[in-house]
Each structure stands twice: as C-alpha cells, then as structure tokens.
Ligand binder design. Structure first.
Ligand code: GDP
Length: 660
C-alpha cells in the first residue's frame, strides 16, 4: 500500500506519517512510497490503538529486530511479553511474532514434536521467548470469578431488566424477515429518526418495556456463543412456517434451546399464505414436548405474518409475558460487564465491537478488558448509529477504542485502569485455555467408567446423527434404555444428516458424545471435534452402538484406535525423475522413516497431505527403514507437490487398551 493511503485510513497528515515511519525504521521517501501490507497493518494497529505509549515498542522493536537479524549485529532490545500457562504453539508464535512453521521447527530442534494446537510448557516457552529477545512473564491458573466476585450485587440493588431474545428456526421459515419487521415496530427508533444500523443486536421499546433482539438468527451462533461461555439469551423465539411445519432445523433449535435451559416462545409464521396450517404446527410441536397453553401445556404460540406485519404486537406481548415469569433483574449502578455480540476490524475506525451490557452501566472513557483485548471506550453508538453517553443492562452498543478485535461470545469487564484491563485480558487468555484443555471437562466413552466410579459422571449425554429418521429414533429409544442406577443416558439431540460443526458445539457445551450412524463428519467438523476433544463414534449397525455403550458402562469397552508417531523427516531437495515422479531428498530428524507406513506432509504448520510412503531409498538402494541422523529419498503415494522445508511425519495407527 502507499503511505498516503495509510495516512488517509489513520486520519493523519501524509508528511507526518512519512516522518513517523522513518523514525520507526521503515524505509520510505515520500507520501507515495509503497510499504508492504504487513508493515502497513502493524503501523495501522500501532497508531489506531488507544494508548500509543503502552504499545509503541511493538513495531519499533520488531522493525529494529529485523534489521539487526539481517546484519547479525548486537542483541535486540528487551520487550516484555506475557506467556500464559498453558500456551499452544500457535499462540506462542503469535506472541513472539514468529510464523507457526518456524516455531514448530525451533521446537523440533529442542526435541519436541508439536503441532500448532498442542501445548508448550511454560518453561520451554520462556526459554524460546528469551532466545528471541523477549522478557517473559508467565501467568498461570486464574479463575474468572476473581474478577467477577469483586463486586457482588445485593438483592435491593437489582432492578428489572429487558429480556434478550434470539430467533431460531428452520431455514426460510422467516427468521430474518421477522427480525426486520420487529425492528420497524420500534417507536423510539422512528422518533429519533436515526437510520437503523445492523450492529448485531437491537432494542425495541413499547409501553410494556424494552426487548433486546440478537440480530444473528439461528442456533449455530447461539451455541457457538455458549461454547465460549456466554449465556446471553433469556428467551428463544422459535419461528415455524405454517405452510411447512416442523423441519430438521426446527428440532435442532429446540434441542439447542433446551440444552441451554432457555424457554421457547413459538411464532407460527406465514399465516397469510392460503396453505397455512397452524394447527398442524401445534400438533407437531406438541409431540416434541412444546404443548400450547390452550391444550393444557405451558408454551406460548403466536400466529404471525412477518411479511404482512400481522400480529407482531401479539408476539412482543408473549415475549413480555414469558419475561415476566423469569423475573429478570440486573444492577445498573456498578461498573459494566457483559458479552461481545459481534466484532470486526473497520478500515477507517479500527476494531469495532458490539457489546451487550449485562450488569452495570458502560460509559465513555471506561477502561475495559474485552476477551483477549483491552482498551478505553472512546465512543459508544447505539443501534440507530447515534452517539450515546452510556449503556445500561441489556442495551447493545457499538464501541471504539479496543486494542484488537474480540470474538463474539467473549466477555468484557470495566475495571479501574487500563493497566488492570491489560492484565485481566492476559489472565483471561490463560483461563480460556485452562477450560479448553482440562481433560476433566471432556467426556469420552473410554473414560466413562472411570468417571462413574469416581462419582464425576451421573449422566451420559449423547447426540445422535443418522442417515434416516427411523434409525435415529430407534437408536434414541434403545440407548435411553441402557442407563442404570449409577448413570442416566440422555439423548440431548437426534437428527438426520452429516455431523456438523453445530453438533460439535452442542456436544462441547453439553459435555456429550456424538454417535454417527451411517453418516460422517465433514473434514472441518472432524478437525473441530479433535480440537474440542469431542468423542465422535461412527457405526453401521445398531447392535454395535448399544453394545459399545453397555461395555463402556461396565468399563469393558473394546480398544479404540490410536495414532503413534514413528518419525519425522525434513525435505531438503526435490528431484523430478522421469517414470518415478517427484522424489524428496530428506533428512531424518526424529525416530525413523519406514517404507509403506502412513505419512502426512506439514507445510508452515498445516497438514496438506495425508497418505503413505510409496518408495524409500538410501543412496541408490531401496530401504525398509532409515533412522534419524541419516538422509534418504522418498516418494509419497499420489502426491508430488513437495517443497523444500516441508516436514514429513510418519505414523501408524494401532489399537489401544481402554484407559480404565
Ligand atoms: P430465514 O432463512 O428463516 O431467515 O427466512 P427469511 O426471513 O429469509 O424468509 C424466507 C422467505 O420467506 C423469504 O422469501 C420471505 O419473504 C418469506 N417470508 C418470510 N415471512 C413470511 C410471511 O410471513 N409470509 C410469507 N408469505 N412469506 C414470508
């Protein structure tokens, strides 16, 4: 990018920016000189941050460090970094401004074969940080309650608050249309005359009070937020099209809402259509346990048309009624805390986050810790794009002034100073990881018996995905019968179709295992399940499922397959040999390379091939094995795009005895 373009983004004078860049050691001559994108982004982050004095060294030192390393001169200046314990390879690379690939290589030199998502010990991380000229402070074991507890609310401080609503339902049943239609009913909005802004949530006011709607419909976002520890929604509005009835995602939405313990209000939509059949929807939902009040149940059903604006007021009324029963309260007179609803990097404005205040009141100038970031609230905008001075409980606002872009579902906290905010976000980083990696949180069939014996597990939650409804239903019935006096078996969700990321998220939040019957997860879902430590089991025969569960309950589960690493080689040269194809000249760094075994190729920390060793040579001769410290030539099955510096990992999959 050109300097003047960057200057425009930063709202700075080009000449000043040229001077600043020169001071930082970036080579530029005039305002039309080019700088590479990465440097441009770093400079942008530096100048658009709330407190340049606290972060200024980052770019400065990085630039100096680059020069020094190229000239191999004196040691780079000391810069402090915070290393959370535990830390993953990817995060350490990020903290030390290294590429994951180069860190993985460095770890190998230390005798550690770790992938991007694996953990590095705090000692080793500190050692590596120091080698790169950083002074590391290790932060370990930290409990979020330490921040939360600091100010407890007493009952008399609690005042009624607005309910927060998420709209869910099957695709095309009218969720988006409904959110738009409701937004237009807001009297306050039309009075202000501000243009409605999509900031991720909006507030609707009428004589009965306020309701806050989250603007991202569907259960995927809802559960992803829960998986990050955020329970924002008080009430779910389940949209069911009266012409279509209950569909797979309707069932999913019900299960996701139930797993979260959130009450459901049903909106029967599209009643303007001649083929609309609201009674059928009631019957179908009744079978799923959502029984209308007029049939003796306790679920509120409201017939509406989002398109024709029919009975939207009736729906708002039902939400108010449901909210009344929940007796929702919050203390507005304290420092604010809450959840990130949406966040993005805006080219002109830097990091922008929509925050939903859940306790207290957020004000301009507040020092704030947001997920892994921090800052000072520079400006607040409401959902009409109007600048606001403050935001109380359940009021969504867009804020500027953060050090980085948080994720939806991150929590935020107002604290006394920016320094404290910075410390808290670093500590939060440690907590979140603690949660992710603490094995006690995960449930696997293999550990089930142990969990039962230790009294940790009283209920086994299961998610069933099958190719057809019949199988899903049959499995559900069979499995729920298998529970005994020590452990109850509960199917938290059953559905038809491939195992999706949304299923894995639900499994994470409800500590469930996933059973796939004649279905598979797609590759992304598989990776997510591995990352989240969710036990996904695939079957072809019903009997095998019930048998495994029975055995797991008794601690007799058959061994499951496990991967063992045999060796690791680094590619040094590539030879293209006619008739043979691409042969990689490698150096064996660890273990041994064995002919015919499974292999994966890792480039910059990412696996880009999985297959087998097709041929292995030592000098000109075929070899069965080549041990570490030697060179070899190898070819991979059906893969020729090998490049120097690629890593080839050799492994085999073996059965392991159950861990009892
Ligand atoms: P979503 O996928 O659930 O968000 O569904 P949309 O809000 O995108 O709506 C899907 C389609 O249904 C669109 O073509 C809408 O115009 C239509 N639609 C939504 N609500 C109504 C309604 O009350 N009546 C009729 N006739 N059509 C509707």
């Amino acid at each position: 990018m050109r300097v003047y373009e960057l200057a425009r983004r930063l709202g700075m004078n080009s000449k000043d920016l040229v001077r600043e860049l020169k001071e930082l050691g970036v080579e530029v001559k005039t305002h039309s000189s080019s700088i590479d994108d990465q440097t441009g982004e770093e400079v942008f982050n530096l100048f658009s941050r709330p407190t340049p004095e606290t972060v200024e060294p980052v770019v400065k030192e990085k630039v100096e460090e680059k020069e020094i390393s190229s000239e191999e001169a004196t040691a780079p200046p000391i810069q402090e970094v915070i290393i959370t314990d535990p830390i993953t390879v990817g995060e350490l690379a990020n903290t030390l401004q290294l590429t994951p690939g180069s860190l993985i290589k460095e770890l190998m030199a230390e005798g550690k074969m770790l992938s991007i998502n694996q953990l590095v010990s705090a000692d080793l991380a500190t050692k590596i940080a120091e080698r790169h000229g950083f002074k590391a402070t290790v932060i370990a074991h930290y409990k979020e309650e330490e921040v939360e507890e600091e100010e407890k609310d007493v009952p008399q401080d609690l005042l009624p608050r607005a309910p927060v609503v998420t709209v869910m339902g099957h695709v095309d049943h009218g969720k988006t249309k409904l959110l738009d239609a409701i937004r237009q009913t807001d009297v306050a909005g039309s009075e202000i005359g501000g243009i409605t802004q999509h900031i991720g949530a909006y507030k609707v006011r009428d004589k009965r009070g306020d309701i806050t709607f989250l603007d991202t419909p569907g259960h995927a976002a809802f559960t992803a937020m829960r998986a990050r520890g955020a329970q924002v929604t008080d009430i779910v509005v389940l949209v069911v099209a009266a012409d279509d009835g209950v569909m797979p995602q309707t069932r999913e939405a019900i299960d996701h809402a139930r797993a979260a313990g959130v009450p459901i209000v049903v909106a029967i939509n599209k009643i303007d259509l001649p083929v609309a059949n609201p009674d059928r929807v009631k019957r179908q939902l009744g079978e799923l346990g959502l029984v209308p009040e007029e049939w003796g149940g306790r679920t509120l059903f409201v017939p509406i048309s989002a398109k024709e604006n029919l009975n939207l007021d009736g729906l708002l009324e039902a939400i108010h009624l449901e909210a009344e029963m929940l007796e929702l309260k919050a203390n507005p007179n304290r420092r604010a805390s809450g959840t990130v609803v949406e966040a993005k990097l805006d080219k002109g404005r830097g990091p922008v986050a929509t925050l939903l205040v859940q306790r207290g009141t957020l004000r301009k100038g507040d020092a704030i810790a947001v997920g892994l970031h921090y800052g000072k609230v520079r400006v607040l905008f409401d959902d009409h794009g109007t600048e606001a001075k403050e935001a109380g409980p359940c009021v969504p606002v867009e804020v500027l002034g953060l050090s980085g872009v948080p994720q939806a579902g991150d929590t935020f906290q107002v604290v006394s100073s920016e320094k404290e905010a910075k410390e808290i976000s670093a500590k939060r980083q440690a907590t979140s990881r603690q949660k992710v990696f603490s094995s006690s949180e995960k449930v696997t069939l293999e550990d089930l018996y142990k969990g039962i014996q230790e009294g940790k597990i009283k209920e086994l939650n299961i998610i069933i995905k099958a190719d057809v409804w019949g199988s899903a239903e049959a499995l559900k019935e069979e499995l729920e019968k298998k529970g005994n006096e020590n452990v109850r078996i509960k199917v938290v969700h059953s559905g038809v179709g491939a195992i999706t990321e949304s299923d894995v998220m639900l499994a994470t939040v409800s500590k469930a295992i996933i059973i796939g019957f004649h279905v598979h997860p797609d590759p992304r879902t598989k990776i997510l399940a591995e990352e989240e430590g969710v036990d996904v089991r695939l079957y072809q025969i019903i009997y095998e499922v019930t048998d495994d569960i029975e055995k797991a309950l008794k601690g007799l589960l058959e061994p499951k397959l496990k991967e063992y690493t045999l060796g690791l080689a680094q590619v040094r040269n590539i030879f293209r040999i006619s008739k043979v194809g691409t042969v990689a000249g490698c150096y064996v760094k660890e273990g041994k390379i064995v002919m015919g075994k499974s292999a994966r190729l890792i480039r910059d920390g990412a696996v880009i091939y999985k297959g087998r060793i097709r041929s292995l040579k030592r000098f000109k001769n075929d070899a069965n094995e080549v041990p570490s410290g030697f060179e070899c030539g190898l070819a991979l099955e059906n893969f020729s795009d090998i490049k120097p510096d690629d890593l080839i990992e050799i492994f085999e999959v073996k059965e392991i005895a159950p861990a009892l």
